[in-house]
Design a protein around this ligand. Structure first.
Ligand code: SAM
Length: 268
């Protein structure tokens, strides 16, 4: 018998998991995960959340044996198939499904096939990763605008999909997702466009995971800092004066792994 708050049969819930700390799941996300008939997830929600999912109701649509991924068309079709069979379905994504999460594509696909769905926003890494590293993406003294962009460019494209020149001219904070490997490309592009070489930059890897790591520097030094700390995806890049806020709060910041602030001299 269904109870108040149970997910509806035949409905897909596009749920954001937040950046990885299970305590940053929304109350609604947690309830749906506990009660949905099926949960489709990939790896980005992180081990702390994935390990708590009930294995008998889960489908991993991330990496497959052989290293390739379940394709987006296959995932779309699976959502329709499961919902049409009367299941309540959670499609779980890291952060917020509608921020570089293909949630929009899934919503359009479901709508076109008359499958009811609900969007359950999550805490996006675009704001959470800087925040837990002591970096506010806006600040009354330093930044009154934020640009949220992808650093993951299609290698086949000759021109960047992101107008770095315009971003350099705009100022404010630039938050880059999927931007670890192409960091040299876009820091160069910003410098060539006239950005101040001393502009503070921070990289926050696996934010809110026990393995969280941070590298800081400037537009000129951040590539060396990335390599010295060994930053790997998933990580968020923050470019702008706000990134220097970390230095001013670090001594008192309890969001570092193990609750211990990183000593400033371990920074690069
Ligand atoms: C495909 S995008 C998905 C973004 C996600 N929908 C969100 O709102 O956070 C993947 C990128 O998100 C960022 N990301 C996601 N979780 C992260 C975390 N815990 N720490 C740092 N970056 C994270 C990284 O830039 C990663 O390359």
């Amino acid at each position: 018998m269904s109870e108040p708050g149970d997910p509806k049969p035949g409905t897909v819930y596009l749920v954001g998991s937040g950046p990885g700390d299970p305590e940053l799941l929304t109350v609604k996300a947690k309830r749906l995960l506990e009660r949905a008939d099926v949960v489709l997830h990939d790896r980005l929600p992180g081990p702390a959340i994935i390990d708590q999912l009930p294995a008998d109701r889960c489908e991993d649509v991330g990496k497959r044996a052989g290293g390739d991924r379940t394709s987006q068309p296959e995932i779309n079709e699976r959502l329709v198939e499961l919902a049409s069979a009367g299941n309540s379905v959670v499609r779980l994504k890291g952060g917020d499904s509608f921020v570089f999460g293909r949630g929009g594509e899934e919503a359009e696909y479901l709508a076109a096939r008359d499958v009811p769905f609900e969007v359950v926003p999550g805490v996006t890494s675009a704001t959470a990763a800087p925040a837990v590293a002591g970096i506010p993406i806006t600040h009354r003294d330093h930044a009154s605008s934020v640009s949220l962009v992808t650093g993951h460019e299609d290698p086949d494209k000759e021109e960047s999909a992101v107008d770095w020149e315009a971003l350099a001219a705009l100022g404010g904070t630039i938050v880059v997702l999927m931007g670890v490997s192409r960091l040299p490309d876009y820091t160069d592009a910003l410098l060539e466009a006239g950005a101040d070489p001393e502009t503070p930059v921070a990289l926050v890897e696996r934010a809110t995971w026990p393995e969280q790591r941070v590298a800081t520097g400037t537009l000129e030094t951040i590539v060396a800092a990335r390599d010295e700390v060994g930053i790997e995806p998933p990580a968020v890049t923050v470019v702008g004066e706000v990134a220097a806020t970390r230095d001013r709060v670090l001594e008192y910041l309890a969001n570092e792994p193990d609750g211990e602030p990183v000593e400033p001299d371990t920074e690069v």
